[in-house]
Ligand binder design. Sequence first.
Ligand code: ACO
Length: 403
Amino acid sequence: VADIRKIYNDIGVFTFDPGYGETASCESQITYIDGDAGVLQYRGYPIEQLAENSDFVEVCYLLMYGELPTTEQLAKFRDGVTRHTMVHEQIRNFFNGFRRDAHPMAIMCGVVGALAAFYHDNLDINDAKQREIAAFRLVAKVPTIAAMAYKYSQGQPFVYPRNDLSYAANFLHMLNSVPAEEYKVSPTLEKAMDLILILHADHEQNASTSTVRLVGSTGANPFACVAAGIAALWGPSHGGANEAVLKMLAEIGDKSNIPQFISEVKDKNSHTKLMGFGHRVYKNFDPRAKIMKETCHKVLAELGVTNEPLLELAMELEKIALEDEYFVSRKLYPNVDFYSGIIQKAMGIPTSMFTVIFAVARTIGWISQWKELIEDPAQRIGRPRQIYTGAVDLQYKDIASRG
Ligand code: ACO
């Protein structure tokens, strides 16, 4: 180890930051977060104002182009996104290669990455027009692919997009319609879905976005970059958390088991976490969780599912954790995924689709961050270093003379 330290000392200043908690990997003008103050802004606009006044497609425009659109710009943008919602008929064939019980995130990783095999024109990342079309294609087609993944798992026919509906309503239509009866999208659920999409649209350099940027820094095409982002999002410490929240609630099972579960969480040897609590950046509160909490209670009341045992359990857990010294002293508050999981459960969306819906929302963030990276003259390939702690200068031993 002494030798290794000498080697690194000879290199000069060398930062060692596991998890990159103190390291900025880029300059960006897309999303601003002040974790201590609980501030989240897209292009300088507070998330609370966007959640109240905007809709997802307008937020997509804002993230991509840096300013709120005029009426004309928004209409053109909406039209562009709507025109790209269909996927190539050959993409249907991919689905037959997956087992019916495949996790929809596994299908998403594969099918979104495979878009590169269809849109060769978009592979020229140095052409600004092609970059823009790739962005349209991804934002428009990812919900269609997500709904197809769900329908495939249900053994139901795929539902084609309806271009007369809003982005959120069309997504719900593709998820819920069955051939004999068209699903009527309730305005409350449409609004709740739109809100879930807005609140998850971007979050600066989180694990999946950093993955998209790292892959993008190699010059890889936008479909490959977004597929890599989807893979990173799948993990339970990131986008998989909303699914993990529901699994945790099912495991706890009953309110009477909460005290035992909480003591298990406090026991470090158990490696059990209270899923949906805590955040790397927000150490006082997650502003998205605040908005989601209100919507959550509204949706539950409107759907009349306040007696659902899992949801009652979630509310009880929220109350206990907000009062318990362990969570309070570590500043562990419910994050956006705690409430988004509960809302989606109440909306009848299967748990395995929660992370997929997060991916649908985050696609605009990923592609906007990717565009910013490609258009940054200072961009170079991402290549972190390491502190090597293994052996050095060993002599190769013949197999017969080893231990
Ligand atoms: N349950 C119990 N204890 C926790 C939790 C939790 N959910 N989160 C953090 N802690 C504890 C840690 O064990 C640590 O305790 P210690 O000081 O006694 O060792 C302390 O709180 C500080 O935690 P860190 O590990 O420093 O937090 P970090 O910033 O590394 O992790 C993370 C953040 C990954 C989000 C973590 O809180 C977690 O795993 N939460 C549950 C998963 C989750 O909900 N993820 C969603 C994140 S939001 C998103 O992706 C949209």
